[in-house]
Design a protein around this ligand. Structure first.
Ligand code: THU
Length: 303
């Protein structure tokens, strides 16, 4: 966890919570800080205006406000003062508490429109920007501003959400990534090549390819290869997967359907196709009707 999120009015669109978490983590990683968290509260225009007035004496709506917990010495940021992070340790979470961020999501959406990019990009940028304030960055002087922008850029790039640093990935981009993964298949025994591109709820994607073994049973399918890559990066909820194969359609095998069922976000879309065939979609509930999942395990005879 990097962010403790509060959205009492339910203002956040689907997937934005995961996006905020990822953006906050990308900012921390850019700074080289691990084991810290921030509280993010989502508010409307009126609420942030009142807060801006009471805390900064500015009677105006704004996009984001940050309230650092740590008072960094001049010209220093979190990575320079690990002892201050230790003092901010919160035993409840086992992490250092960096401070509060208050986010006006409607304003982020409006700004994205004005700037001609996606609401996701704006939300991620504002989160990263606010995190850097919590880490001791500022933009009062030109030099400070240059440093802060460079860090923001680094975090945004690492987020991997955006093509050309801006446009959100599209259906065609995911297909291309699945087809590209096909070329990395290690299938000397079956010569059946499969490539996958798994998409997480927060929009990140992970490639996978089948890799076989001289002991045939040790073979891993492309889908589970992609799931492994994603899980180790902290992703656990997936909205869709693209499966490319150059020997006809490769709908997931039974084991892979079961593994995908464990980590699905809603009814997962399973796309199958190849560089030479049309792409088709079936949902996981179509491929695995009445599937057995994590929620069933918690249901015991004792109740
Ligand atoms: N394979 C996959 O990668 N995904 C599937 O859903 C079906 C099968 C791979 C495993 C093995 O390397 C080859 O295809 C033949 O079974």
């Amino acid at each position: 966890m990097t962010v403790q999120l509060t959205d009492e009015k339910g203002l956040l669109p689907d997937g934005a919570g995961a996006l905020i978490e990822n953006a906050a983590r990308a900012a921390l990683e850019a700074e080289g800080i691990f084991g810290a968290y921030a509280c993010v509260t989502v508010v409307n225009g009126e609420e942030i205006r009142a807060l801006n007035k009471s805390t900064r004496g500015v009677d105006a709506e704004t996009d984001v406000l940050s309230f650092p917990q740590i008072r960094y010495p001049a010209q220093k940021t979190a990575r320079d003062v690990p002892q201050m992070l230790k003092k901010a340790y919160d035993p409840d979470f086992g992490l250092a508490f960096l401070g509060d961020i208050v986010l006006n999501i409607a304003r982020a959406e409006k700004q994205a429109d004005e700037l001609g990019h996606s609401a996701a990009r704006e939300t991620a940028y504002l989160t990263a920007h606010a995190m850097f304030h919590l880490l001791g960055y500022d933009h009062m002087t030109d030099e400070d501003k240059r440093l802060m922008r460079a860090m923001e850029k680094r975090a945004m790039k690492a987020l991997g959400l955006f093509k050309n640093g801006d446009r959100l990935m599209t259906h065609e981009d995911y297909i291309r990534l699945a087809e590209q993964a096909l070329d990395r298949s290690y299938s000397p025994y079956s010569h059946f090549r499969v490539g996958a591109c798994l998409v997480s709820e927060s929009g990140k994607c992970f490639q996978g390819a089948n890799f076989e073994n001289a002991s045939f049973g040790a073979t891993i399918c492309a889908e589970r290869c992609a799931v492994s890559c994603a899980v180790v990066q902290g992703e656990r909820r997936f909205t869709k997967i693209y499966i490319a194969c150059d020997s006809g359609y490769a709908w997931p095998c039974g084991i892979c359907r079961q593994v995908l069922n464990e980590f699905k976000a809603g009814d997962m879309e399973i796309w199958a196709g190849s560089p030479v065939t049309e792409w088709k979609m079936l949902t996981l509930s179509q491929l695995l009707p009445e599937g057995f999942g994590p929620e069933d395990v918690s249901r015991t005879a004792e109740g």
